[in-house]
Design a protein around this ligand. Structure first.
Ligand SMILES: N[C@@H](CCC(=O)N[C@@H](CS)C(=O)NCC(=O)O)C(=O)O
Length: 224
């Protein structure tokens, strides 16, 4: 029997999306909790380039970068496909997943951190990113159609982590009235049992992001 392990951390949306993929496939795995303030030899050896979680260990072979890990999982265990079958749909799902990681997430985190005059601009930029994604979900239950697919996993942080960023950053990027379709999708997504059971408790995330925010603000203050 193949041995599957994840090196991850409970608050990490990147780790959780990998867990979701394994659970959707029905693959058993061992979870190795990483202390990111005191990185383990195993992590440093398994992801020597970025030294980040998550890492998937499959029979001791290490695969890094959450979206690539999901692709690896989908190619290795064929049951319950995650990526769309059609090449155009696959490219499209990858496009939006990349956009969300590179622009969506970063924009939301920048908006969370911003203060004073910068805040309004940063929040508006984050809202515009979501508005682009919102168009993709119109008329569908999931981005993957009738069932959860690759883009649902990539966008899954919006359902749980974005409302935490909204709370911690005192903003309302994921506004229910502005984004009714995305909210409906979030409800559909979050109520799928394998999705729900892997979500970290909200208080853990609130504390984690409050700590991160104080840390980046203290670094910025020290530079002045
Ligand atoms: N692009 C990476 C991002 C992973 C990432 O940022 N992981 C964070 C935890 S959420 C990490 O390991 N941070 C440790 C560090 O930056 O030293 C992925 O998709 O896997």
């Amino acid at each position: 029997m193949a041995e599957v392990k994840i090196i991850g951390s409970a608050a990490s949306l990147f780790s959780v999306r990998v867990e979701w993929a394994l659970k959707l496939k029905g693959i058993e795995y061992e979870y190795i909790v990483e202390d990111l303030r005191n990185k383990s030899e195993l992590l440093l050896k398994s992801n020597p380039v970025y030294k980040k979680i998550p890492v998937l260990l499959h029979n001791d072979k290490a695969i890094s970068e959450s979206l690539l890990i999901i692709e690896y999982i989908d190619e290795t265990w064929k049951e319950n496909p995650i990526l769309p079958e059609d090449p155009y749909d696959r490219a499209n799902a990858r496009f939006w997943a990349k956009f969300l990681d590179e622009k969506g997430l970063l924009g939301a985190w920048e908006a969370c951190q911003a203060e004073g005059e910068e805040k309004e601009k940063a929040v508006e930029a984050a809202v515009q990113h979501l508005a682009l994604l919102d168009k993709e979900i119109q008329g569908k239950k999931f981005f993957g159609g009738e069932k959860i697919g690759y883009l649902d996993l990539a966008a899954g942080w919006i359902c749980h982590w974005l409302s935490v960023l909204d709370e911690v950053g005192e903003m309302n990027v994921f506004d229910r009235e502005r984004f009714p379709s995305l909210h409906e999708w979030a409800q559909n997504f979050i109520h799928v049992p394998v999705i729900k059971e892997s979500l970290p408790p909200r208080e853990i995330l609130v504390n984690y992001f409050k700590g991160s925010l104080s840390y980046v603000r203290s670094l910025a203050a020290n530079k002045k």
